[in-house]
Design a protein around this ligand. Structure first.
Ligand code: HEC
Length: 192
């Protein structure tokens, strides 16, 4: 008798557990997998322009709010949420690199250096700089303007408190001594 009760309880237990499992999943569909279309040069150019525009707007705003010495972390594509959003949406990686990098993670590799030197020559020849598309990867030149010199210029352009912070955060900094309209680096956008 006792065994029968236990058995009934056990069976209904399994039944109930299964029921709740199914109802628990009601309305939840597996993540949709949409095949990625091949990104064209125009697509990547748009992504680069949007990223750059937002970065500069954000950085300029933070400098006017808090001063350059408190805005150091905002000269970083990862400081704007839009970057992650664009990366996820288009399945790409967005980074910035330089031959004279401040952050050791932003050192340009051999191919990237080739493009930086190419753009430097173009700039010296007073040519208009046009981003390049090579093997599916997009290389956009980044040049300096007056605003950049507060953190990338020579010692007379950078406030002592800003320079002190830069030196303590980036002991191997190479990214000073720039003037206006020089090649500072590249924005590189790579499909994942
Ligand atoms: C408020 C200070 C500040 C200003 C202004 C500033 N930067 Fe930066 N920049 C930094 C810091 C700090 C880093 C390192 C960020 C990191 O850790 O990735 C950096 C990194 C970079 C990098 C990535 C390569 C590297 O050296 O690590 C590029 C490219 C760059 N800056 C370009 C510019 C340009 C172009 C401007 C002007 C439009 C500018 N920056 C203005 C502080 C600044």
């Amino acid at each position: 008798m006792k065994t029968r009760i236990y058995l009934t309880l056990a069976v209904s237990g399994i039944f109930l557990a299964q029921c709740s499992k199914e109802t628990g999943n009601k309305g939840v569909l597996p993540k949709e997998i949409i095949p990625q279309k091949q990104l064209t040069k125009a697509d990547l150019k748009n992504i680069a322009e949007e990223t750059k525009k937002n970065l500069v707007t954000n950085l300029t705003q933070k400098i006017s709010e808090k001063g350059p010495e408190n805005a150091l972390e905002f000269c970083n594509v990862n400081a704007i949420p839009l970057t992650k959003q664009l990366e996820d949406q288009h399945n790409v990686t967005i980074k910035r690199v330089s031959d004279k990098n401040r952050n050791p993670d932003n050192a340009a590799n051999e191919t990237e250096r080739k493009y930086i030197y190419f753009f430097k020559e173009q700039l010296a020849l007073k040519q208009k700089l046009e981003a390049k598309f090579d093997n599916g990867v997009f290389y956009a030149p980044i040049t300096t303007n007056n605003m950049c010199l507060q953190c990338h210029g020579s010692e007379k352009d950078i406030k002592p408190e800003t320079l002190a912070k830069i030196k303590s955060l980036y002991p191997n900094d190479n990214a000073t001594g720039y003037q206006e309209n020089e090649m500072r680096g590249l924005m590189v956008i790579k499909p994942n």
